[in-house]
Design a protein around this ligand. Structure first.
Ligand code: AMP
Length: 116
C-alpha cells in the first residue's frame, strides 16, 4: 500500500518541504514534538524501517544521516536527536522508513524529548 510519505513525495498531498534531492526529502512533522521536528525520508518505498534500510542500502542510510546533520546546522544550530521508531510496539505508525530530526536552538534536555 502507498504510504503517506510516498504521497507527499509524489505531491499528492501537501507538506512543508524544507529539503529535497534525488534520494531523500525532508519536511516538517504535522504534529511536532519539539521546536524543530523534521522528518527525513528516503524517496524509495522499498524499506519499511531503519533495520531494512541499513541492510539493504547502507549508503542511503549514511546519506540520510548526513542530510539530517546539514539540516540541523540550518534549523537547530547544529545539535540534534535522530529517532527511528522501529515497529508498532515502539510507536511506528508509517512503515516507510523515516528519521525524526528533533532539536531546538535553545537546546534540549532529556525531559524535552517528548513522546514520539
Ligand atoms: P512514526 O510514528 O515514527 O511512524 O512517525 C510518523 C510521523 O509522521 C508522526 O510523527 C506523524 O505526526 C507524521 N505524519 C503523519 N502524516 C503526516 C503528514 N501528512 N505530514 C507530516 N507529517 C506527518
Amino acid at each position: 500500500m502507498t504510504s503517506v510519505f510516498t504521497r507527499i513525495i509524489e505531491r499528492e498531498i501537501p507538506a512543508d518541504v524544507v529539503y529535497e534531492d534525488e534520494q531523500v526529502i525532508a519536511f516538517r512533522d504535522i504534529a511536532p514534538r519539539a521546536p524543530v521536528h523534521l522528518l527525513v525520508v528516503p524517496k524509495s518505498p522499498d524499506y519499511a524501517d531503519v533495520v531494512e534500510l541499513a541492510a539493504g542500502d547502507p549508503a542511503l542510510l549514511a546519506h540520510l544521516v548526513a542530510t539530517a546533520d546539514a539540516l540541523a546546522r540550518e534549523h537547530t544550530g547544529g545539535d540534534f536527536r535522530l529517532v527511528f521508531n522501529t515497529g508498532e510496539g515502539a510507536g511506528q505508525t508509517v512503515f516507510h522508513v523515516h528519521a525524526h530530526l528533533l532539536g531546538s536552538r535553545a537546546g534540549m534536555t532529556e525531559e524535552s524529548l517528548g513522546e514520539l
